[in-house]
Design a protein around this ligand. Structure first.
Ligand SMILES: Cc1cc2nc3c(=O)[nH]c(=O)nc-3n(C[C@H](O)[C@H](O)[C@H](O)COP(=O)(O)OP(=O)(O)OC[C@H]3O[C@@H](n4cnc5c(N)ncnc54)[C@H](O)[C@@H]3O)c2cc1C
Length: 349
């Protein structure tokens, strides 16, 4: 019976596990996730009746396969498509209508985490949360892998391992791996080379509705301190009537500079920016806030394929948006489906 270990429970890992469970009904899949939640950077929180996507804000797809997965395979119960458009703003904060059509902008009434919850929910995989993998070990005689978590617990042996953390965290795992292989050096280099952007997010709640023609504003010249601002009230089920909730994401430079500053001061600064961009001074004074720093938010490039392919021959698979080379949820999902298939095919041989 094949034993497969998965590090991380992001959307790509969920898609890979979903494929493996179907293609290899006899396989045992064990997923180890460092946080308390599923779906990684596609993250949703609850506060009273509020639900908000504070990492990825929506999912779209230019691939029929991922669209089908989201709208049919996972059933569309609770799937919401934001109909209001995305407008743009520039360095000066001047807002302009964006494209006539910006495609589907999906989330769920319960939030984007539904994607991984539903994918994993359709499998027999064993999922262990709050389990951070610290070391990978290769037994080259037995051709198996074991994983050691930060409590010293040893998981495995596994015939294959799938690594889903963002590239900088995967690189750290690979650098510390107890693994002798000619592939290792080029793999570590390829994964370490993937640059990531940082985002600091403020969540701002108001006890009144906003009458605006757009769902979101995106900064197109990349010169403004704010990169993105969106309204969760445009997603049915997220914000009660009579209230508003804004998600404001700072740009990379601002986020790096203020990453370790007092969160309350960061939230204040971003609320002030929000009020200026939207042109409503009430927005400078939210009645409730939340925040999150995403040190490894968005890959700017993909990893070199050669070393990743070579590692697969030793049962070591990488998956995620940074493997796809596109910082989008749909790209992570598609890559997870492909990696799951590649691993299933190799296991059947
Ligand atoms: C602020 C922000 C806004 C975004 N906006 C959008 C958007 O609007 N639309 C869009 O399509 N995309 C957006 N994205 C990008 C999108 O979120 C990602 O492309 C996608 O979620 C990546 O999924 P993944 O499976 O590759 O990785 P992740 O979601 O990062 O999953 C990796 C998982 O590995 C876990 N992990 C890490 N290290 C370990 C370890 N040592 N042991 C165990 N587990 C570990 C992590 O906790 C995480 O759960 C945004 C991202 C951010 C941060």
């Amino acid at each position: 019976m094949p034993e497969i270990g998965v590090v991380g429970a992001g959307s790509a890992a969920a898609a890979a596990t979903f494929v493996l469970d179907d293609a290899l009904p006899n396989a045992d899949v064990t997923v180890l996730e460092k946080s308390g939640g599923l779906c990684g950077r596609a993250a949703t929180r609850r506060h009273g009746e509020l639900r908000y996507d504070y990492g990825a804000n929506y999912v779209t797809s230019d691939s029929d396969r991922v669209s089908e997965l989201l709208t049919r395979t996972l059933d569309d119960d609770g799937l919401v498509d934001v109909t209001e458009r995305i407008y743009t703003f520039d360095e000066t904060g001047e807002v302009q209508p964006g494209r006539e059509s910006d495609g589907n902008k999906w989330s769920y009434r319960e939030g984007l985490t539904q994607i991984a919850k539903r994918l994993f929910g359709r499998t027999d995989a064993e999922i262990h949360r709050r389990t951070r993998v610290e070391t990978l070990r290769r037994d080259s005689a037995a051709e198996t892998w074991t994983l050691v978590d930060t409590d010293g617990e040893v998981w495995g042996p596994f015939d294959a391992v799938v690594l889903n953390p963002p590239a900088p965290q995967t690189a750290e795992l690979l650098r510390g791996a107890e693994w002798e292989s000619p592939v290792r050096e080029s793999l570590v280099a390829a994964v370490s080379d993937v640059p990531f952007r940082t985002i600091w997010t403020a969540v701002l709640h108001y006890p009144f509705e906003l009458d605006l023609p757009y769902y979101a504003l995106v900064n197109t010249d990349k010169e403004h301190e704010v990169g993105w601002l969106s309204r969760e009230a445009c997603k049915p089920g997220h914000v009660p009537d009579g209230e508003s909730l804004l998600v404001v994401q700072a740009n990379h430079d601002w986020s790096v500079e203020h990453y370790d500053d007092d969160p309350a001061a960061n939230v204040d600064a971003l609320a002030t920016h929000a009020s200026e961009i939207v042109g409503d001074e009430r927005l400078a004074d939210p009645d409730w806030t939340d925040d999150q720093g995403w040190r490894y938010a968005l890959p700017e490039d993909g990893a070199l394929a050669g070393p990743l392919d070579a590692a697969e021959a030793e049962g070591l698979y990488c998956t995620g948006d940074w493997v796809a080379g596109e910082a989008r949820l749909h790209a992570a999902l598609e890559n997870g489906l492909e990696v799951g298939e590649a691993l299933a095919t190799a296991t059947r041989r």
